[in-house]
Design a protein around this ligand. Structure first.
Ligand code: FAD
Ligand code: NAP
Length: 556
C-alpha cells in the first residue's frame, strides 16, 4: 500500500459561509492544509453569490451575521445588503489565505465510501469542460447549504409564457425591468425584498400571495464615524454588541415554544405585528396580510419597505395562488387574468431535501437519500453525522436551523463540532474511521422531534421546515445557545471508532503544542495531561478548554 494512503485529507463541497468557516478552522486552528473545497458557482459566498435579486439583504444585524473569527469594523449599516455581505465573504477568504483551496465551477455529483481503502471516492464534474473525474478523500464534508436549491414549482402552461421568467435565486440581470409589467409569485422574505425594490422602476408590480405573513418593523441605522471607530479600536465593544444581539435574538425565540411565558409573549408580538401592518397598509389588505397561523410558523419578515410599497400606485397585492400561466401572463385561482413582461418566482427552496441532488453511497451500499426515505426524512446526529456514512460531516444539516438567530452561528457551531468529533480524533490518530451509532442518531432525532411537537413550527401553515414526510427536518428545537452547549463536548459513546493508534495521546499533545504553544497554553497543557492521565478529563476536552481559555486570555 502506498504510504500516502495513510495520510489524512479532506474534501469540502460548498464555498458558502459554512465551507469558509470550516476552511478557516482547519487551516488556522488545526494547522491542517490538506483540504480542497469544490463549488459549482464561479466563486465563494454561497447564498450571497447566488441571490443577487434587487433588494436582497440580511434580516439579522451584520455584527452578528458575520464570522466570529473575522469581525468587521467597516459595516456601513446595521443590516447590510447582499453586495456588502458578498464582499465580506470574499475579503475573509483572502485575508485568511483560503482561496488557493477553492476550486470554483466544479460540481460534486456524489460520493461513495470505499470500505477497503477506508476513504471517500468523490465524483466531480468540471462545469467548464463537462469532464467528470474522481478524487479520494479520508473525510467528506458537505457544506452545500439548505436554502440554495430552488423549489421545483410547476404551474399549468408555464412553458408557454413568452416573456421572461426566473427564480429570485437565479435572477436574470440581462432582462431590464424598468417600465415593465412584473409579476412576483410568493410572499416570503425574498418576495418582500423584491417587490419594493423592483417597484422603484417597473411600470407595475403585481404580487400573488396565497398566504399572509407576520411582519415586524426593521429599523436599519447607518453606522457613523463613532460607531466605526469603536468597532475598529475597541474590538471588545463589537464582541459585546454581538453577544447582546445574539441573546436578544435568542430571547425572542421563547415565543415559539408552548410554555405559559412563550404563549403570552407570542400573543403580545402578534398584537404588535397586527398594529404595525394596520399602520402601514390600506384596510383592504389587512385580512390578506395578517395571518391566522401562529407567529413563527413561517419565518417572520422584518419589513424591508414592503408594506410601504403597497401604497404605491404601481404595486398591487393579489391574495391568491396561480391557476394557469398563459403565453402573455397569469390567471389567478379565482380566474383574474393579467398580462406581464416578467414573472419572478419568489417561490422558495427545497430546504428539506438536504444534500440534493448528490448521490452519496455509504458503508452498506445504501444511498443516503434512500436511508433517509426509510426514516421519514433527513436526520443526522446533532445535524452532523449519519450512521453508515463514516468520516462524513454535514454542515447546516438537519435540525440545526436556529429559529430566530444567525444561521452563521449555527454553521460555525457545527464546524466546531465536526472539528472536535471528526478531524481532531483523525489527526491525533485516535481512529482512522469514525461513524456515529444508529442508536445514538435515532435517540437524538426522537428527542428533537418530541421537543418540536406543539412548537409554532407545527402550526397550521405551509412552511419550508416540514418535509415530504410531514417531519420538521430543519428546526433546532431550542435556543441557539443550547445547540452550542449540546455540541461543545462530543459524547464519545455515540461513535464507533476503528483503526487508531495506541499512541494517539502523544500525537494529540504534539498537535496542541504545535498549534497553541504559548507559555500559558504549555502550562495548561501539562496540567491537562496530568488530569487526563488520572482519567479526570479527555484530551479533546482539554483541547476545547484550552481553546476557550486561549480565546478569553487573548493568547494569540
Ligand atoms: C436570500 C437569502 C437571505 C438570507 N438571509 C439570512 C439572514 O438574514 N440571516 C440568516 O441567519 N440566514 C439567512 N439566510 C440563510 C442562509 O442560507 C445562511 O445564512 C447561509 O448562507 C448558509 O450558509 P451555507 O454555507 O450552509 O450554505 P450556502 O450559502 O447555501 O452555500 C452552499 C454552497 O454550496 C454550493 N453547492 C451546493 N451543492 C453543490 C454541489 N453539488 N457541488 C458543488 N457545490 C455545491 C453552492 O453553490 C453554494 O455556494 C438567507 C438565505 C437566503 C436565500
Ligand atoms: N434575510 C432575509 O430577509 C431573507 C431574504 C430572503 C430569504 N431569506 C431566507 O430564505 C428563506 C426562504 O425565503 P423565500 O421567500 O425565498 O421562500 P419561502 O419563505 O419558502 O416563500 C415561498 C413563497 O412562495 C409561495 N409558493 C410556493 N409554491 C407556490 C405555488 N405553487 N403557488 C403559489 N405560491 C407558491 C409560498 O406560498 P405559501 O406560503 O402559501 O406556501 C411562499 O409565499 C427564508 O425563510 C429565509 O430564511 C431571508
Amino acid at each position: 500500500m502506498p504510504v500516502y494512503e495513510n495520510e489524512l485529507n479532506a474534501i469540502i463541497v460548498g464555498a458558502g459561509p459554512a465551507g469558509i468557516a470550516m476552511a478557516y478552522r482547519l487551516k488556522h486552528d488545526l494547522g491542517f492544509e490538506d483540504f480542497t473545497i469544490y463549488d459549482k458557482l464561479d466563486g465563494v459566498g454561497g447564498t450571497w453569490r447566488t441571490n443577487t435579486y434587487p433588494g436582497c439583504g440580511c434580516d439579522l444585524k451584520s455584527v452578528l451575521y458575520s464570522f466570529s473569527f473575522n469581525l468587521n469594523p467597516n459595516w456601513s449599516k446595521e443590516l447590510c445588503d447582499q453586495p456588502v455581505i458578498l464582499q465580506y465573504m470574499e475579503d475573509t477568504v483572502d485575508k485568511f489565505d483560503l482561496r488557493k483551496h477553492v476550486h470554483p465551477l466544479v460540481e460534486c455529483i456524489g460520493a461513495v465510501w470505499d470500505g477497503t481503502l477506508e476513504k471517500w471516492e468523490v465524483n466531480l464534474r468540471d462545469l467548464k469542460t463537462g469532464i467528470q473525474y474522481t478524487r479520494v478523500a479520508s473525510v467528506f464534508v458537505s457544506a452545500v447549504g439548505a436554502i440554495s436549491f430552488p423549489r421545483d414549482v410547476k404551474f399549468p402552461g408555464m412553458e408557454n409564457f413568452k416573456g421572461a421568467m426566473f427564480h429570485t435565486a437565479r435572477w436574470d440581470h440581462s432582462v431590464p425591468y424598468k417600465n415593465k409589467r412584473v409579476a412576483v409569485i410568493g410572499s416570503g422574505c425574498s418576495a418582500a425584498q423584491v417587490v419594493p425594490a423592483v417597484a422603484k422602476q417597473a411600470a407595475s408590480v403585481k404580487q400573488y400571495a396565497r398566504s399572509g405573513q407576520w411582519f415586524h418593523d426593521r429599523p436599519n441605522r447607518n453606522y457613523n464615524m463613532v460607531d466605526k471607530a469603536l468597532f475598529r479600536y475597541l474590538p471588545f465593544y463589537q464582541r459585546l454588541l454581538r453577544l447582546k444581539i445574539f441573546l436578544d435574538a435568542d430571547e425572542e425565540t421563547t415565543t415559539y415554544f408552548p410554555t405559559p411565558r412563550g404563549l403570552k409573549e407570542r400573543r403580545a408580538k402578534e398584537e404588535e405585528s397586527k398594529q404595525y401592518v394596520r399602520s402601514k397598509v390600506p384596510e383592504k389588505y389587512w385580512d390578506s396580510i395578517i395571518p391566522a397561523f401562529p407567529l413563527g410558523c413561517k419565518r417572520r419578515i422584518f419589513d424591508p419597505g414592503y408594506l410601504d410599497s403597497l401604497n404605491n400606485k404601481n404595486v398591487s397585492l393579489i391574495p391568491e395562488g396561480i391557476k394557469e400561466i398563459t403565453e402573455t401572463g397569469i390567471i389567478s385561482t379565482s380566474g383574474k387574468q393579467d398580462d406581464f413582461d416578467i414573472i419572478v418566482l419568489a417561490t422558495g427552496f427545497q430546504v428539506s431535501q438536504f444534500l440534493t441532488p448528490m448521490h452519496i453511497v455509504g458503508a452498506t451500499g445504501k444511498a443516503l437519500h434512500d436511508q433517509w426515505a426509510e426514516c421519514r426524512g433527513a436526520q443526522a446526529y446533532l445535524g452532523t453525522h449519519v450512521h453508515n456514512f463514516p468520516n462524513l460531516a454535514i454542515l447546516f444539516g438537519p435540525n440545526t436551523f436556529p429559529a430566530n438567530n444567525s444561521a452563521l452561528f449555527a454553521c460555525e457551531t457545527q464546524v466546531d463540532y465536526a472539528i472536535k468529533s471528526l478531524f481532531i480524533p483523525l489527526l491525533d490518530k485516535r481512529a482512522k474511521v469514525i461513524e456515529v451509532r444508529q442508536s445514538a442518531e435515532d435517540r437524538e432525532t426522537n428527542a428533537i422531534h418530541t421537543k418540536l411537537t406543539n412548537t409554532v413550527f407545527a402550526g397550521d401553515c405551509s412552511n419550508w421546515y416540514i418535509g415530504d414526510y410531514g417531519r420538521n427536518a430543519a428546526s433546532w428545537p431550542g435556543l441557539a445557545r443550547s445547540f452550542w452547549f449540546r455540541t461543545y463536548f462530543p459524547d464519545w459513546s455515540a461513535f464507533n471508532m476503528s483503526g487508531g493508534s495506541r499512541w494517539w495521546p502523544i500525537y494529540a499533545a504534539k498537535r496542541v503544542l504545535v498549534n497553541h504553544a504559548t507559555p500559558i497554553t504549555v502550562a495548561l497543557l501539562f496540567s491537562f495531561i496530568y488530569l487526563w492521565r488520572h482519567n479526570e478529563i479527555t484530551t479533546v476536552r482539554a483541547s476545547a478548554l484550552l481553546q476557550t481559555l486561549k480565546y478569553y486570555l487573548g493568547a494569540t
